[in-house]
Design a binder for this molecule. Structure first.
Ligand code: GLA
Length: 333
């Protein structure tokens, strides 16, 4: 039997630091079924947790400063995310002592499956567990988002941290989270039996710090501002107002407005078991992200096409884009 990621983290801790970890905490990755690049525009999104997890083993140390170790081939800058979470916990007045941390992860990095949020949330959970404190999942989500903004330099929305912080690693269900990012309220959407979700890795890796993500986010803000709207209200833009924007901003705004409609329609389709409609919405979402939002890549497009040729109901890129994974839906015979 292969060791769980939590066991591996504890083992890595003692091997590296020469003493036992005091506790270990996990957090899952997520796949977004539909609703990409709308969370920072006050849209609705439909992520669900995946089985792959990140684990953080932790103990107090007497060195007076935090220490980090990971044997996994994680992003070089991963410790910035971990440090950022500890800094933000302490900034809230939560007395986290100097700690040593070892990380192991089964969530692929740069694959659009929220490896960063899984790392952030597992660090937060481990530090809180260590000192016998808890925070509500919503507070953990916002704290981790702040850590990513301030310490990793990625101006992400709230979708990933929200989904990961609201998932119990010991009770994974066949359900998605419908999150309204403007109100930050959510509800669970049970996936109907007969529908199978597959995650396919294109093998192309992204780094959201590379600037494409921030540039898209800026375009969306510029489009809203040019129409005299707060970015959280971009979904209310009329077709006429969008048509008056520059070509690029019009394409960005059209993606956001149509994607938010597709999320609502996808939830309605799941609730009435209309698998054909759900699949069509995934396909339309991919076309919009590829053609209007320019965040797909030729390799990802090929993976989507192959899934459709193999008989998937629908398939689309998932997450921030510029590589990473495809999510596909299938009917189960
Ligand atoms: C990344 C960000 C999220 C979201 C997605 C795109 O995963 O962290 O906030 O914007 O990209 O939907």
């Amino acid at each position: 039997m292969t060791a769980s990621v939590a066991d591996r983290a504890e083992h890595a801790f003692s091997a590296h630091f020469g003493c036992a970890a005091q506790t270990v905490a996990c957090a899952n990755g997520r796949v977004n079924l539909i609703g990409d690049h709308v969370d920072y525009a006050g849209g609705v999104v439909l992520p669900m947790a995946i089985a792959q997890q990140t684990a953080v083993a932790i103990a107090r140390n007497a060195r007076g400063e935090d220490q980090f170790h990971s044997s996994a081939p994680v992003d070089i800058a991963w410790s910035r995310y971990a440090r950022g979470v500890l800094t933000e916990l302490r900034a809230l007045g939560i007395a986290v002592p100097p700690v040593s941390i070892a990380v192991e992860s089964d969530v692929p990095v740069g694959a659009g499956l929220s490896s960063s949020a899984a790392l952030e949330v597992s660090v937060a959970r481990a530090a809180l567990l260590l000192i016998g404190t808890t925070l509500p999942p919503r507070d953990i989500a916002f704290l981790c988002q702040r850590a990513e903004h301030l310490h990793a330099g990625v101006p992400c929305g709230i979708m990933d941290q929200w989904c990961v912080a609201h998932t119990d690693p010991n009770a994974l269900a066949h359900e998605a989270i419908l999150l309204d990012c403007a109100r930050t309220t959510d509800e669970r959407v049970t996936l109907p039996s007969g529908l199978r979700i597959e995650v396919i890795d294109s093998g192309v890796r992204h780094a959201l710090r590379d600037g494409g993500y921030a540039a898209r986010r800026q375009d969306v803000s510029d489009a809203a501002a040019a129409m005299g709207l707060e970015v959280e209200h971009l979904a209310e833009a009329s077709d006429a107002a969008i048509a008056r924007l520059s070509t690029r901003l019009a394409r960005r705004a059209r993606h956001v407005v149509t994607e938010i409609r597709r999320v609502h329609a996808a939830v309605a389709a799941l609730r009435c078991r209309d698998f054909e409609a759900f699949g069509r919405l995934l396909r339309e979402s991919h076309a919009s992200l590829r053609d209007d939002f320019d965040v797909s890549t030729p390799e990802v497009d090929v993976v989507v096409e192959r899934a459709l040729t193999r008989g998937a109901l629908g398939a689309r890129m998932t997450g921030g884009g510029f590589g990473g994974c495809v999510v596909a839906a299938w009917t189960v015979a």
